[in-house]
Every structure is written in structure tokens, then in C-alpha cells.
Write a protein that binds this ligand. Structure first.
Ligand SMILES: [Mn+2]
Length: 297
């Protein structure tokens, strides 16, 4: 069969096959069609696939970074089978898979799926990487002890990490319960509202100073303003803009080491195609920032 008549197998950014093989890839894309605890409008189960499809339209040259991040090797794994019976079991499945990949020397880029996936991924990283902290970009505090009958609901993500003892910095906050807000104040948690972040006037040193040497980045796409990201189940007005998000991530990459990340909560049918494109570009930017490209100027 002449191969030129067929598309190559689905892989993130449709990169050339020699850069997409598992053995040589530094980065692994882990697509997870999981959305069992969703309480807003549904649809994030389709997020990972939409991001990968959108990524195929993307230039492989990152214009801002002036490099081609795919050269470090990016392998796209098959979609993880969701455990839909028990949210805790799904978190454990994520921790197991991510742990095996990190043990194999891979940088894991999880594409959600709902934000709860981050709990498993971070647990796997914390067991293996010293001096790890988490940078969470999110509109919501996610500090509920339990929601809709489980502590592994998407509304409890940062509470689980906090209770794990994980150092945590949140940016983009603009929605919380009174109890969550009280907890932030009582424990003086480094949660930056949109106003507090913008008051730093483009100098994120105060955010960086709360992070340790190795940083896991977890992104709930509702951190973005709905004008740029409508395709999320629980949008909130007044969010961060693209330039602000990638500016912060670039500053983190300059001062720290990004060891893994996730991009979650895209519900592609709730917004225009441009939203999936943003999520794909964001994931590719994070790869470029996390992994040194020898050709980068
Ligand atoms: Mn959120």
C-alpha cells in the first residue's frame, strides 16, 4: 500500500514519524477523555481529541520561542480508558500511568478531560521529583472538601493537593464559596485573583517566589477570559488573556524547571474552533518552554 495516499496515524501536531516514536520521544501526550464529575455543562470528554485535531493545523515552528519544540520528540499515546465508576479509582489510574511514564524518563503532557486528572498526575510527580510545587491556573478556587458526594470532584482539585501537603500557587481566581475564601485568608494561601495578579504589573516575581525549583503546571482553561475561551463547562467573566498566560509561563520557565503539565476542561462544542486551537498552541508552547531545544537562540 502506497503510504502517500493515507494520513499518518493521529498524533499531536502531526509531527514527522521519526520524531513521534515512543522510544525517542522526550515528551508524551496523554489524552484522557474523562468527565465523570462534571457539574456545569458537559463536554470535556471530547477535549483531548479536539486539541489533537486542532494541533494538526499548527505550524511546528513556534514563532515566539523561535524554535521547533517537536524536535525533542513528542509521542501521542492512545486515549486512557476512563474509570467511570469511582472518581478516586480514576485518580489512582492516572497516578499509575503518569508514574510509569515519568519513571521512563518522559515529560508527561496530560490533555483532559476534567481538571480532576491533575490530582493523579501531581501525586505521581511528587513521589518522583524533589522540590516539586504546583502552579495552578484556574478561575475557581477548587478548595471544596467534597462536592456532589466525592472528594475527587473537579471542584475539589486544589484542596486534594493542599491536603497532600503539596506547595501550591494559584493564579486567575475569581470564583469561590465563602468557605473557600475564608480558607485562603486563614492559611494565607498564595492564590492570586485577577486583580491581585494584574497589580503585579507584568512583574510576576511574587508568584515565582512562592514556587520551588521544579514546577508542575496545571491549567483549567476557564482561567482564560471567555472572549478567548468560551468552550469550558463553567466559564467566568473577567479572566486572563493569552498574552498574560504565556507571559507568566515563560517567566516560570526562565526561573524554574517545568517538569510536567496538563491542559484540562476544554469542552469543544461549547465554543468556536479557535478555542481548541488555543488549547493546542498552549500545550505546544508549554512543551517548548519545558524542554530545552538545542537550536533555540
Ligand atoms: Mn475552574
Amino acid at each position: 500500500m502506497a503510504q502517500e495516499r493515507f494520513f499518518p496515524p493521529i498524533n499531536f501536531a502531526a509531527i514527522p514519524e521519526e520524531y513521534a516514536r515512543f522510544e525517542r520521544a522526550h515528551v508524551v501526550i496523554l489524552p484522557v477523555p474523562y468527565g465523570s464529575t462534571v457539574s456545569g455543562r458537559a463536554g470535556c470528554r471530547e477535549g483531548a481529541r479536539a486539541i489533537i485535531e486542532a494541533s494538526e493545523e499548527m505550524e511546528l515552528y513556534d514563532f515566539d520561542l523561535e524554535c521547533e519544540p517537536y524536535r525533542v520528540g513528542i509521542h501521542t499515546l492512545p486515549e486512557v480508558m476512563p474509570h467511570t465508576g469511582d472518581p478516586q479509582a480514576m485518580v489512582e489510574r492516572m497516578a499509575e500511568i503518569v508514574g510509569e511514564l515519568v519513571d521512563g524518563g518522559k515529560l508527561v503532557a496530560t490533555l483532559g478531560g476534567e481538571h480532576t486528572l491533575a490530582v493523579g498526575a501531581v501525586r505521581a510527580y511528587r513521589q518522583r521529583v524533589d522540590s516539586l510545587s504546583v502552579l495552578a491556573l484556574d478561575a475557581h478556587a477548587d478548595l471544596r472538601q467534597e462536592y456532589l458526594g466525592t472528594p475527587y470532584n473537579h471542584a475539589c482539585v486544589l484542596r486534594r493537593l493542599l491536603d497532600d501537603g503539596c506547595p501550591l500557587v494559584q493564579v486567575g481566581l475569581r470564583s469561590a464559596t465563602r468557605e473557600e475564601h475564608d480558607l485562603i485568608r486563614q492559611r494565607k494561601l498564595p492564590f492570586f485573583s485577577i486583580q491581585a495578579y494584574r497589580a503585579l504589573a507584568g512583574d510576576p516575581r511574587e508568584v515565582l517566589s512562592r514556587l520551588s525549583e521544579n514546577v508542575y503546571v496545571t491549567i483549567d482553561l476557564d482561567v482564560f477570559d471567555p472572549s478567548q475561551m468560551a468552550a469550558v463547562g463553567t466559564p467566568e467573566p473577567g479572566g486572563l488573556l493569552w498574552d498574560e498566560v504565556v507571559g507568566l509561563l515563560a517567566a516560570v520557565a526562565r526561573e524554574k524547571r517545568i517538569v510536567g503539565f496538563d491542559v484540562t476542561e476544554l469542552a469543544p462544542r461549547l465554543g468556536p474552533f479557535a478555542n481548541a486551537q488555543l488549547a493546542a498552541r498552549l500545550a505546544y508552547r508549554l512543551i517548548g518552554l519545558a524542554v530545552a531545544d538545542p537550536e533555540r537562540p
